[in-house]
Design a protein around this ligand. Structure first.
Ligand SMILES: Nc1ncnc2c1ncn2[C@@H]1O[C@H](COP(=O)(O)OP(=O)(O)OP(=O)(O)O)[C@@H](O)[C@H]1O
Ligand SMILES: [Mg+2]
Length: 399
């Protein structure tokens, strides 16, 4: 990975001389990743690019520029803001710092000042790949329709909400990735952009290919165009996961069912492998087979967590029997609530982020909590009371 500090310039484009001076004066290499006008979309672009530094050229309406500085400071706390102006009166410098700038550069740019400003930023910059390793969680189910996509989206949302840390879903269903539907997103970029720009891929570029659902929840989408899936190879997936791990706290992978090289490369990278099944004979048999394959692949049993989706107590299967067949303990269960699940998919909002009262939400919070060791904010909903009959079942308060 390049050690350059990524910089976005806002206000106007730099001229060639300014650009050269910036680059040559800083001891640390600078990657000027974008030059943007101070327009309404600028914050969206910054959120997408997540630069380590933003130079705001104070021109035009000064108050407007200071408002922008304030918003960058609030929304992108990891981005150092540098104000720059020809007017270096105490008033302008003071207002810059009050708005949240950490540095000020005079214009025309002075080499020694650039050097000292970026030396300070270099000290403060958080270098994700060196300082941080997120946790990779791969879902897997060898039988279709067990809810892998639904569980991935909701688990990621639940982890993000519980920990207030960044979770990124990776959709490896390359032919027909449904995650955008489940997460309510319309991606402009996908894993195919990683393939196209693999030679110059670094964490900044990768970050620009993510689709943000919120500050803490993002998606690396499957290719949006038909026929692009074949270009995606193991090296792309491995590199993408490694870079994502460096910038997200949780990387939650929705792989395809087929255990090909690509799927295995994703499972290999996982710290936790959630084997998902439903309580029916075909799913239990598939899970048993998957566990055998994981053993042959040399996966440590402690990495594998068996989770039962669409769980409802039935006389045919009790969990103890399933544990006996699989020779593994069940790590968690997620209740069956088709109405709630399908409603959330139809509106494109992960169920755990909705106001629904479904038991499923509690179960996801419990799963996220068990994985992270962090207690959920809310206690489980009270057990359902006796079935309502007659008038109460019609007017009984449920909306
Ligand atoms: N806990 C649940 N309760 C009720 N319905 C659920 C639950 N989890 C998933 N479903 C429903 O199951 C269906 C299949 O879910 P999903 O698409 O996530 O499965 P999948 O395993 O990803 O399928 P595929 O193999 O096609 O990729 C969806 O309609 C979803 O609403
Ligand atoms: Mg799926």
């Amino acid at each position: 990975m390049s050690k350059a500090i990524s910089v976005v310039v806002i206000g106007r484009s730099l001229n060639q001389q300014e650009r050269t001076r910036l680059r040559s004066s800083s001891q640390t290499p600078l990657a000027i990743v974008a030059e943007l006008p101070n327009a309404p979309q600028v914050l969206d672009e910054l959120n997408r690019l997540r630069p380590q530094a933003a130079i705001v050229l104070l021109n035009g309406d000064l108050n407007h520029s200071f408002q922008l500085v304030e918003r960058i400071h609030q929304e992108l706390p990891d981005t150092a803001v540098i104000c720059s102006s020809e007017d270096n009166s105490p008033d302008v410098i003071l207002k810059s710092f009050r708005s949240g700038a950490t540095e000020f550069l005079r214009q025309p740019l002075v080499e020694s000042e650039i050097a000292s400003v970026f030396a300070k930023i270099e000290q403060a910059v958080v270098r994700p790949e060196e300082s941080h390793l997120g946790r990779v969680i791969a879902l897997y189910s060898s039988k279709g329709g067990c809810g892998t996509t639904f569980v991935t989206a909701n688990l990621a949302a639940s982890l993000a909400r519980l920990t207030r840390k960044r979770a990124c879903v990776v959709d490896l269903n390359l032919q027909a990735g449904d995650q955008p539907l489940y997460m309510g997103l319309e991606p402009n970029y996908s894993i195919h952009d990683i393939v196209r720009n693999f030679d110059r891929l670094d964490d900044q570029l990768l970050a620009s290919y993510l689709t943000q659902r919120s500050k803490y929840l993002a998606l690396l989408a499957a290719p949006t165009e038909i026929g692009k899936d074949e270009d995606v190879k193991v090296e792309h997936v491995t590199r993408a996961i490694a870079l994502l791990r460096a910038q997200a706290d949780f990387v939650v992978i929705d792989p395809p069912r087929v255990l090909n090289e690509l799927t295995i490369s994703a499972l290999d990278a996982a710290d936790d492998l959630i084997l998902l099944l439903t309580l029916d004979i075909p799913a239990i048999r598939s899970a048993k087979r998957a566990l055998d394959i994981f053993t042959r692949l040399g996966y440590d049993r402690s990495r594998i967590k068996v989770v039962i989706n669409r769980y409802a107590k039935t006389p045919e299967f009790d969990l103890k029997q399933v544990e006996k067949v699989l020779e593994t303990q069940v790590f968690a269960t997620i209740a069956n609530d088709y109405q709630a699940a399908i409603a959330s998919i139809n509106v494109g909002e992960p169920l755990v982020l909705s106001k629904n009262q479904s038991r499923v939400i509690h179960d996801f919070n419990h799963l996220a909590s068990k994985l992270t060791g962090i207690r959920p904010h809310s206690e489980p909903p009270p057990p359902p009371g006796p079935p309502r009959t007659g008038w109460t079942s019609i007017f009984g308060g449920r909306r």
